[in-house]
Design a protein around this ligand. Structure first.
Ligand SMILES: [Zn+2]
Ligand SMILES: [Zn+2]
Length: 110
């Protein structure tokens, strides 16, 4: 028996509130691996302590210095902004590139 479980990550799968895709949860992220929408359920990543439950839309994607992509979400219900990492091997990269294009267009960058 493991008695040192102070912090328990919840690794539940969930279906995306935007496109309905069944997302494999990894305990930290809430974003959909297909459309990248997220759900406002965390105060800190993985804690599931937030009661809002609003749909979170991707507002921006930035690349970090280490070549990782950071996805910025904004809650459509309460306006909270959170950041999430693109997950290599789990997230749909083609869809991701499409999303980047869309966002750049919105920003007028092309
Ligand atoms: Zn989705
Ligand atoms: Zn919210």
């Amino acid at each position: 028996m493991n008695v040192v479980k102070k912090f328990q990550k919840k690794k539940e799968d969930f279906s995306c509130s935007n496109c309905g895709f069944l997302v494999k949860g990894d305990g930290f992220t809430n974003h959909c691996s297909q459309c990248f929408f997220s759900k406002h359920v965390d105060i800190f990543p993985g804690d599931r302590l937030e009661n809002c439950g609003g749909k979170m839309e991707v507002t921006d994607i930035v690349s970090s210095k280490r070549g990782k992509y950071i996805i910025e979400h904004k809650c459509l219900k309460c306006g909270e902004i959170s950041k999430d990492k693109f997950r290599d091997g789990l997230d749909n990269f083609e869809n991701f590139l499409e999303l980047v294009k869309k966002i750049n267009k919105k920003k007028g960058l092309n």
